[in-house]
Design a protein around this ligand. Structure first.
Ligand code: ATP
Ligand code: MG
Length: 258
């Protein structure tokens, strides 16, 4: 009897479609120091290596977004700088368009879903995020593509919601089984510059640290550790094969699991 019940759970568990979130990091898409753009190359690699599991893609803004955001102090909110916010949107959407086009060219049914239309913030914090539209696109067989964006904010007018925050919220609300962060590094480095294969708590690792506008790796680990039962993997998207490896269940980069 018990075996029959467990058998049913087993079938339900293994036949329920698995969903993951892929963040195409701004660090993979652009060189944050020199401004060199790798959007075509990285989008093409992702398109080649994706499998047919259900997935949502969020891309970061890298050099393109961070430069404009810094120049116009967008982190302070809406301050008679509407044109700067609009320019930022134009530049980021160019990246989104290339990513969506490459995916579609390679047979992935990607559709852009505009994050700013379904998010609201309050004093810089995301307070509402309607994921029902994303959920429905995924269930209908599409791969939604979103990006870090300025969300309407009842205190600051507008505030930047990072790609990493969108990723975590998606994971919490859609119940995904894993998150893959694609970056320009082979994983998360320790102080000696060696990739840490697995992280289970922040206090047990000594990280190599560099300053980053969006919080770099420490923020990613903190966000990852907010999640239960989700595997978070940090891999290199500037190189062939890492995405294909993790999707096939092989180890690559750093795995963060609470
Ligand atoms: N311990 C660490 N191990 C590896 N990389 C680290 C570490 N600490 C900081 N970094 C930096 O973090 C970067 C990746 O995080 P970053 O926020 O810059 O990228 P991203 O999230 O892909 O970009 P975006 O925020 O634009 O989407 C790497 O390029 C690296 O320079
Ligand atoms: Mg970042």
């Amino acid at each position: 009897m018990i075996e029959a019940i467990l058998g049913n759970f087993y079938i339900i568990f293994y036949t329920f479609p698995r969903m993951f979130v892929l963040k195409i990091g701004g660090s993979a898409l652009t060189d944050k120091k020199t401004g060199t753009i790798f959007v075509n190359e990285v989008a093409e690699r992702v398109a080649r290596e994706l499998n047919d599991e259900q997935c949502v893609i969020v891309h970061g803004v890298g050099y393109v977004g961070h430069k404009l955001a810094k120049q116009h102090s967008l982190h302070l909110g809406l301050q008679d700088n509407q044109l700067a916010w609009a320019r930022l949107r134009v530049e980021v959407k160019k990246m989104t368009r290339i990513i969506v086009e490459k995916l579609v060219e390679h047979g992935v049914p990607a559709v852009e879903v505009s994050s700013a239309d379904i998010m609201r913030a309050s004093n810089g914090k995301l307070v509402s995020f309607d994921v029902s539209i994303i959920d429905e696109f995924v269930k209908k067989g599409f791969v939604p593509v979103m990006h870090a964006d300025g969300a309407l904010d009842d205190v600051r007018g507008l505030s930047v919601i990072s790609g990493d925050t969108i990723v975590t919220e998606l994971a919490l609300k859609l119940g995904v089984s894993r998150i893959i962060y694609g970056t320009d590094v082979d994983g998360i480095y320790d102080v000696e510059g060696k990739v840490i294969p697995e992280i289970h708590e922040l206090s047990s690792v000594e990280l190599w640290e560099v300053d980053d506008f969006s919080g770099g790796m420490r923020k990613k680990i903190e966000e990852a550790l907010r999640l239960k039962n989700v595997d978070v993997q940090v891999i290199n998207l500037r190189k062939d094969g890492a995405l294909a490896d993790v999707l096939a269940g092989r180890h690559a980069g750093t795995l963060i699991r609470r």
